[in-house]
Design a protein around this ligand. Structure first.
Ligand SMILES: Cc1cc2nc3c(=O)[nH]c(=O)nc-3n(C[C@H](O)[C@H](O)[C@H](O)COP(=O)(O)O)c2cc1C
Length: 188
């Protein structure tokens, strides 16, 4: 093993598009630094947004946002909203969007999965605001759901992001069952 320095190696991560209303219009930005806070009800998720970005203002003003999961076909649009800022560019027309339960959480129609979130907590962290959101409602295209009504990653075809190689990646095949594969060692 070679020491490669204090490199954050928690990649690839899921690429999402966070939507909000800022300065009275919908705004979207790419966010790949996302986390899951818990499992249970209610469900909370977290991500960090640089304070210099336009979106943080909208999230702080309205306390609402959406987290949309783009598929690989949306790579170009996802990257675009990750390189231009709503400060000087109107990004409201990049995606057709709709409003669900929350008035300030624009949901992207083309994304196979999209969540409406209410801001639960904000952590002022150095250059970033870390937002913790409560998932209020989740929307999914029917063709990406399993027969149990859950999003199937193989059908969602998410875009994965890697910082080291600055690349987008596709998901590989399922290789095992969670909370099950390890039982092989228990039996020994
Ligand atoms: C793949 C990708 C992932 C990104 N992830 C984040 C992130 O997690 N946090 C962040 O603050 N910016 C992230 N960015 C940068 C913002 O999306 C970008 O600066 C955007 O233009 C900000 O838009 P806004 O000023 O309209 O809010 C990412 C960009 C790309 C291309």
């Amino acid at each position: 093993m070679k020491d490669i320095g204090p490199v954050n190696a928690l990649y690839p991560s899921l690429t999402t598009i966070v939507g909000c209303v800022a300065d009275g219009r919908a705004n979207f930005l790419a966010v790949a630094h996302v986390g899951i806070m818990n499992h249970g009800q209610p469900q909370y998720l977290t991500f960090g947004i640089n304070k210099a970005h336009h979106s943080g203002r909208g999230i702080l003003e309205h306390g609402e946002f959406s987290v949309n999961i783009p598929d690989q076909d949306l790579m170009v649009e996802t990257d675009y909203v990750g390189i231009v800022t709503g400060k000087n560019t109107d990004k409201s027309g990049v995606f057709e969007h709709f409003t669900g339960e929350l008035a300030h959480a624009p949901l992207i129609r083309a994304c196979p999965v999209a969540m409406e979130c209410r801001l639960y907590k904000t952590l002022d962290f150095e250059t970033h605001d870390v937002f913790v959101g409560e998932v209020v409602k989740t929307w999914a295209r029917e063709d990406v759901l399993t027969d149990k009504g859950k999003p199937d990653p193989a059908r969602v075809r998410p875009l994965l992001f890697d910082m080291a190689t600055l690349g987008y990646y596709a998901l590989g095949a399922k290789v095992g069952d969670c909370w099950n594969a390890g039982k092989a060692l228990k039996r020994r």
